[in-house]
Design a protein around this ligand. Structure first.
Ligand code: BDR
Ligand code: CA
Length: 313
């Protein structure tokens, strides 16, 4: 099984990324690390614990609290998109708490314990990963694979016209990560999930609702706010880049098109803060493999199978 850590800012799509890590038999989820991002930090922690509880894994997979703010910028949420991230659901249990070890320290320790083997999937701003790079000069070299959900190849953002949310929130951290020398850095940009065939539209959501399992009901409820926001913005439905990021980390064959690029981040631009530049030119020295397109129908089937499962813990 693949030893895995998911670094998250747990809004709804992050919850399903966690479920992939928790329920896919190919994954050995060793820890969840929390970073400031989508919704209030304490709400994010609640959402992560709720997801572990639903998967029957509460108390088994440690949750480490990390950066409550970006390295240099003020934190900016996306609550207007996600609501509280779980549609108002509250945890049934209260008995389990989080680890005392800081997320960046946990990342450094786990990478040392699993030298060259650990896969980290970062589905929030990159603050914790940058802190780990700063705390251990050998961190990047010893990570097996780092998958980052962030940026966009075509230059279109979501939080601003030019920037995708995760990179926008902490552009300095993102640049540290892209400069760090990770041997196997995979980027899942915003682009593949904005393709029309990978959007969860009303029909896709209705099919999931009809499954009527604990997890499918959770999916519909947790994603309702984002779905409504996206429809209000004139889109066909919602995107799920975070679960896709965990999935392609476990099974790269879900990607049907990839490209090697030198990725950098705009940290000084006024209109372009947090925009990513994917240098495609032949003389560029690549630092990342970007997922450009995925098998959408396989992704939908996979998710529906996952939501059909009844975790018992
Ligand atoms: C990213 O930001 C959040 O809205 C999602 O969870 C995803 O990680 C997309 O820009
Ligand atoms: Ca996220």
């Amino acid at each position: 099984r693949i030893p895995l850590v998911i670094d998250t800012d747990t809004a709804a799509d992050d919850c399903f990324a966690l479920l992939v890590g928790l329920l896919d038999p190919r994954a050995d989820l060793l820890a969840v690390t929390m970073v400031a991002g989508n919704v209030g930090f304490d709400q994010q922690v609640h959402n992560a614990l709720l997801t572990l509880e639903l998967a029957g894994r509460l108390g088994e997979v440690p949750v480490h609290l990390g950066a409550r703010e970006p390295l240099e910028r003020e934190w900016r949420s996306a609550s207007e998109v996600h609501g509280d991230g779980v549609g108002g659901l509250r945890r049934a249990e209260t008995g389990h708490t989080t680890s005392d070890e800081h997320a960046a320290d946990a990342l450094v320790r786990l990478v040392r314990e699993h030298r060259g083997e650990l896969t980290i999937v970062a589905i929030g701003p990159l603050t914790n990963i940058a802190l780990a790079v700063q705390r251990d000069p050998e961190f990047a070299a010893n990570v097996g694979r780092l998958t980052v959900m962030g940026g966009s190849i075509n230059g279109r953002g979501n939080i601003t016209p030019a920037a995708e949310f995760n990179i926008y929130v902490d552009p300095e951290a993102a640049q540290i990560v892209f400069d760090a020398g990770f041997a196997d850095l995979v980027v899942v940009p915003w682009d593949p999930t904005t393709l029309r065939d990978l959007v969860f539209d009303a029909d896709a959501v209705a099919r999931i609702a009809a499954q009527d399992t604990v997890l499918s009901r959770f999916f519909v409820r947790a994603n309702q706010a984002t779905f409504d926001f996206d429809l209000g913005a004139g889109l066909a439905g919602s995107t799920h880049p975070d679960s896709l990021s965990v999935l392609v980390s476990l099974d790269p064959t879900f990607a049907v098109s990839t490209g090697r690029y030198r990725v950098d981040v705009e940290t000084v631009g006024e209109l372009t803060r947090g925009a990513t530049v994917f240098d495609w030119k032949p003389d560029a020295v690549p630092n990342a493999l970007a997922i450009e397109a995925v098998d959408a129908s396989r992704f939908f089937s996979y998710l529906s199978e996952l939501l059909a499962s009844e975790p018992t813990g």
